[in-house]
Write a protein that binds this ligand. Structure first.
Ligand SMILES: [Zn+2]
Length: 430
């Protein structure tokens, strides 16, 4: 059975205009000034990630208007958790009188770790040192029954959620210094609430300006994981943890890429689109947004004319990863090379992936759209829970992406084992 990821996991409060708000995240050490960065790099933006850029990247720093809750814009708005350096993830396992934890709470923890830590280490090329910490290694019993909180899907600001966070803080406070952590993971006993095949309750409060406080800091970035994303294919032990890197992606400021129609906009090319099934990575755009690419790994193709660029596989450390072709101050085309390596285990047609990023489209509404080089082909994968049609979306040598309306053309001109060459033409400046 293929669970349809048409889940409404609303993730962010409107933040963009709140530049004066500080210390929204769990830890007081998350300001940009304290982030651990490579010396000699230019660091810009006051957002949660250390963004590497030069003045040449200016036209590619697209942004969303202030009504966008959670934007693909660069740099990411303030209030989210820093996504580079050492990040301490307070991880609590909770249960309820009507859903008592079954077995050892540490077994629940081990469903997600060390896999989640490794997933981030791989995806970030070692730039995110994600440290899960379990100061309470047992089930933390909530004072009310699960039923009494009235938790329903996609409603993180309901009174029930606020109450739950307040109770978690009250129950854990004597053992936990909330100021020491950068984000909170709440791993709920899997027997609370419906099976994930029926309803995915997992949710993240990200950059939440109305969060309850603990030890003087708001619990503004918290991911809740319910149930088990077990599709019955026998892969749960290998792939079930992936809901947590997805939820933590919101904590770092990434929007949802699936829409009410499911994963048809981006397919399996980003964990913010599909977090069921085989492992997948993040788009290069997200890696730049998170501060995981250096300035010289991102080319901004803003000027009219024709230019060739070299790209190296996104999963491999080092080398150029992203060409961005800005169309206006809100949107543009991204070009990257995807292969089966690293976190990308489902890639069946290695090649150049091209997608449109629109910072003015909100989370869950389709801020990113992948262009399919082979429309209506049915795709090249039969892996369960991998969106099939877009699995062969990549462009290979000799193929071109052409947008006549904007005069942008991207042609794959050459490829070998280690690189692809693309030629980008544009007739007008952005
Ligand atoms: Zn989500």
């Amino acid at each position: 059975m293929q669970p349809q990821p048409s889940r409404s996991r609303i993730s962010a409060r409107r933040l963009a205009a709140l530049a004066s708000v500080t210390a929204l995240t769990l830890a007081v050490s998350t300001s940009a000034g304290n982030s651990r960065l490579s010396p000699g790099s230019s660091v810009a933006g006051a957002g949660p990630s250390a963004l590497y850029r030069t003045s040449a990247h200016g036209p590619c720093m697209i942004s969303g208007d202030s009504h966008i809750q959670m934007s693909e814009g660069i740099p990411t708005a303030q209030g989210y958790t820093r996504s580079t350096g050492t990040v301490r993830a307070l991880t609590l396992m909770i249960d309820f009188s009507d859903a008592p934890g079954e077995g050892d709470a540490l077994d629940r923890y081990r469903e997600f770790f060390p896999k989640t830590r490794e997933w981030f280490a791989t995806s970030s090329y070692g730039r995110l040192d994600y440290r899960p910490e379990i100061p309470v290694p047992d089930w933390l019993r909530m004072p009310k029954s699960f039923r009494e909180y009235g938790i329903e899907r996609g409603a993180p600001f309901d009174p029930g959620y606020r109450e739950l966070v307040d109770d978690i803080v009250a129950e854990a406070d004597h053992k936990v210094d909330f100021q020491s952590y950068d984000l909170l993971n709440v791993l709920v006993t899997p027997n609370a609430g419906p099976a994930a095949l029926d309803t995915v309750l997992s949710v993240t409060f990200a950059g939440n300006t109305e969060a309850p406080t603990a030890d003087g800091v708001p619990v503004a970035n918290a991911s809740f994981v319910y149930s088990r994303q077990d599709d019955g294919s026998g892969s749960y032990d290998r792939t079930g943890y992936r809901v947590l890197p997805h939820e933590n992606g919101h904590v770092f400021g990434l929007p949802d890429l699936y829409t009410a129609e499911g994963g048809g906009a981006v397919g399996h090319w980003d964990i913010m689109s599909e977090d069921w099934g085989a492992n997948n990575d993040l788009l290069a755009w997200h890696k730049w947004k998170l501060g995981w690419l250096d300035a010289d790994q991102v080319d901004c193709a803003a000027d009219p004319g024709t230019k060739e660029y070299t790209l190296t596989p996104l999963a491999r450390t080092g080398g150029p990863k992203l060409v961005f072709v800005p169309l206006n101050r809100h949107s543009g085309y991204a070009v990257e090379l995807r292969t089966r390596a690293g976190n990308d285990e489902a890639v069946c047609r290695p090649g150049i992936l091209i997608y449109r990023v629109d910072a003015n489209v909100d989370t869950g509404m389709g801020p990113i759209t992948v262009y399919d080089s082979r429309r209506d082909s049915g795709g090249c994968t039969r892996t369960p829970n991998v969106h099939a049609e877009l699995s062969d979306a990549t462009f290979t040598p000799g193929e071109s992406f052409i947008d006549r309306r904007t005069g942008v053309r991207v042609t794959v001109v050459a490829a070998d084992e280690n690189t692809h060459r693309v030629r980008v033409s544009r007739t007008s400046p952005n």
